[in-house]
Design a protein around this ligand. Structure first.
Ligand code: GDP
Ligand code: GDP
Length: 483
């Protein structure tokens, strides 16, 4: 399964109000703060990249059920536990340490025990030693989970100890991918891994079928057998592609697909293990929030995103319609502005091959390296036309730009004052890089403080952004000499 290629998943389950979200936030809090800075990315999320002691995993809060009646509660909690067992490598059951174990807790615990997955019991709201000494813990052993941890999500107490144990139960991490670029050999000819993602019913299976040209998936409402290969390989214009995690696409009728948290989680896992993310939208039906969430993942992970508006056969076709649709899309999800958009009908096969052609292009773009002189020529041009503003009485200077990485293309600009670079300027430079070098993929632009600035002789500090800048050139030469 693809899952092994991506990070392991730790699911948090439990009744409402036991403190799942509090614990979740405690574990991933810092990440949330970072991600919320991304414009257009939805705030309310219940899965996140987490890290403890250098080990990375995805944490999922399976909450979000709002039970309206006791019997519905039991059913929902049951579903939740089943999902966790299906999708996660490790499950943490959270219970309320003050209220004591309840019948619902017992029921979930029993279900989880059957799974054979590593289980942890977080007895929450144990805010102090005093509470712990009161012997609350003992009664929770009746739930039959051996690894019992008193924690306080609110105060952080015990959480780290529990996480030590949790990461110990995760599957062995994969060896890191070999560093690319250093020895010059870039795997330009290896197959391109495509993740096909999107809400249920947008046409993912139909598209995959159409691409591989045989009825390998069951697209009828009746779920098929489970004998399909997990990854499908195909060739187009001399280039090999692998469509990853087709099992995940197939399993769409499973209960997991019906729960928002898990459809997003699946997309996250698929995207992580891919080179290019192909996101399907339904031309006949917009669901901005969900779509934005899924698309936001690609941007966050720095993966190229190809937007495919499917079921185009259902739309009265005209060039205006196409433009209108694109505009509407970008208006609703501004971070998609730079992504290519194509219009297909998976059902009739129309424009389906364009998915591969475009994905191939995006992979090339994401893997490309812009020669340093070209970058600096652009920086010089930018400096001539778009000077940096005075911020708090001072003006930053930019000296030199290099591309330090690919997939995503990552650029570093040396400056004397990274703190004085306004966001508008960053956006402006990003946009210029995109348009001049034709990048329709996520990229990273970092402003770094020039290290040797203070020690440098005065004339090397001087290159400025003012008007024509022959000085910029002299600054540019210096790092080159070092190589
Ligand atoms: P969820 O429904 O399981 O996600 O629970 P929440 O995280 O929303 O928490 C439910 C309530 O329990 C909130 O009022 C929290 O402030 C409270 N709570 C959560 N964790 C703790 C804790 O460690 N100690 C105490 N005393 N209260 C907590
Ligand atoms: P998935 O859940 O994303 O894998 O979606 P499916 O591939 O199962 O498609 C859901 C439904 O949409 C099925 O009834 C398909 O026949 C239909 N469908 C898929 N692609 C198209 C398309 O391009 N045009 C039309 N009209 N229907 C489509």
């Amino acid at each position: 399964m693809n899952v092994e290629k991506s990070k392991p998943v730790v699911a948090i389950v439990g009744r409402p109000n036991v403190g799942k979200s509090t614990l979740f936030n405690r574990i991933v809090g810092r990440r949330i703060a970072i991600v919320e800075d991304l414009p257009g990315v939805t705030r309310d999320r219940n899965y996140f990249d987490a890290e403890h002691d250098g080990r990375e995993f995805i944490l999922v809060d399976t909450g979000g059920f709002e039970p309206d009646a006791e019997d519905r509660l039991i059913q929902q909690v049951r579903d939740q536990a089943r999902l966790a067992v299906d999708e996660a490598q490790v499950v943490v059951l959270v219970v309320d340490g003050v209220a004591g174990p309840t019948g619902v807790d017992e029921e979930i615990a029993a279900m989880l025990r059957k799974s054979g997955k590593p289980l942890f019991l977080a007895v929450n709201k144990i805010d102090s030693w005093k509470r712990e000494e009161e012997g609350f813990l003992a009664e929770f052993y009746s739930l039959g989970l051996e690894r019992v941890y008193p924690v306080s999500g609110e105060h952080g107490r015990g959480v780290s100890d529990m996480l030590d144990a949790v990461i110990g139960a995760l599957p062995e991490p994969l060896p890191p991918e070999p560093e690319e670029g250093e020895e010059g050999e870039e795997p330009e000819n290896r197959p391109i891994r495509l993740a096909i993602i999107g809400r249920p019913n947008v046409g993912k299976s139909t598209l995959v079928n159409s691409l591989i040209g045989e009825e390998r998936f069951v697209t009828s409402p009746v779920a098929g057998t489970t004998r399909d290969p997990v990854d499908a390989t195909l060739s187009h214009k001399g280039r090999d592609f692998v469509i990853t995690d087709t099992a995940g696409i197939r399993r769409k009728r499973s209960i997991a697909a019906k729960v928002e948290a898990y459809s997003v989680l699946r997309s996250l896992k698929a995207a992580e293990a891919s080179d290019v993310v192909v996101m399907l939208l339904d031309a006949t039906e917009f669901a901005v929030e969900q779509d934005a969430k899924i698309a936001g993942l690609a941007e966050e992970q720095g993966k190229p995103l190809l937007v495919v508006v499917n079921k185009w056969d259902q739309i009265e076709q005209s060039p205006q319609k196409l433009e209108e649709f694109k505009e509407n899309l970008v208006w609703r999800m501004p971070f998609l502005a730079y992504c290519p958009v194509i219009f297909t009908s998976a059902l009739t096969g129309e424009r389906v091959k364009a998915v591969l052609t475009e994905a191939g292009k995006l992979f090339e773009q994401a893997s490309s390296r812009v020669p340093t002189p070209m970058l600096n020529k652009l920086l010089e041009e930018i400096s001539n036309h778009h000077g940096l503003p005075v911020v708090r009485g001072a003006r930053a200077r930019v000296y030199y730009i290099t591309q330090v990485g690919i997939r995503p293309p990552t650029f570093v600009i040396q400056t004397n004052r990274p703190d004085l670079i306004p966001p508008e300027y960053k956006r402006y430079v990003s946009n210029r890089l995109r348009s001049v070098f034709g990048l329709q993929v996520p990229m990273r632009l970092v402003f770094k403080k020039k290290a040797s600035l203070r020690a440098a002789p005065k004339k090397q500090i001087r290159p400025s952004l003012a008007k024509s800048s022959p000085r910029l050139k002299s600054a540019r030469r210096k790092p080159q000499r070092r190589r």
